[in-house]
Design a protein around this ligand. Structure first.
Ligand SMILES: [Zn+2]
Length: 101
């Protein structure tokens, strides 16, 4: 289960383990005050560019799509690693491959 960060005006920040399907808390479990859910640092990664949803049919297209998706994963992995320069370079290279595909 993911852990969500909340902020209570009275008690400060706290974490709560919740199912994805559960609604966000609106009341602090400690003081009953209003709480706001803080967007996790792990959310907000930009999966930019095209190449994920190409739907052309024809021979070899599936392989090309698979290759492009692999390239995109490299882009995003570079970003997850905090390698912004690597991400930009990798992403540009992928964008070219998408155009050529
Ligand atoms: Zn509170």
């Amino acid at each position: 289960m993911p852990i969500y960060d909340y902020k209570c005006e009275e008690c400060g920040n706290f974490e709560k383990m919740q199912k994805m399907s559960e609604p966000a808390l609106t009341e602090c479990p400690t003081c009953g005050g209003e709480v706001k859910r803080i967007i996790s640092k792990n959310i907000g990664i930009v999966f930019k560019g095209s190449g994920f949803y190409k739907t052309d049919s024809g021979s070899g297209v599936k392989d090309r799509i698979r290759n492009l998706n692999n390239e995109r994963q490299k882009d995003n992995q570079a970003l997850l690693d905090g390698d912004v320069k690597g991400f930009v370079e990798q992403s540009d290279a992928t964008a070219k491959k998408v155009l050529e595909a």
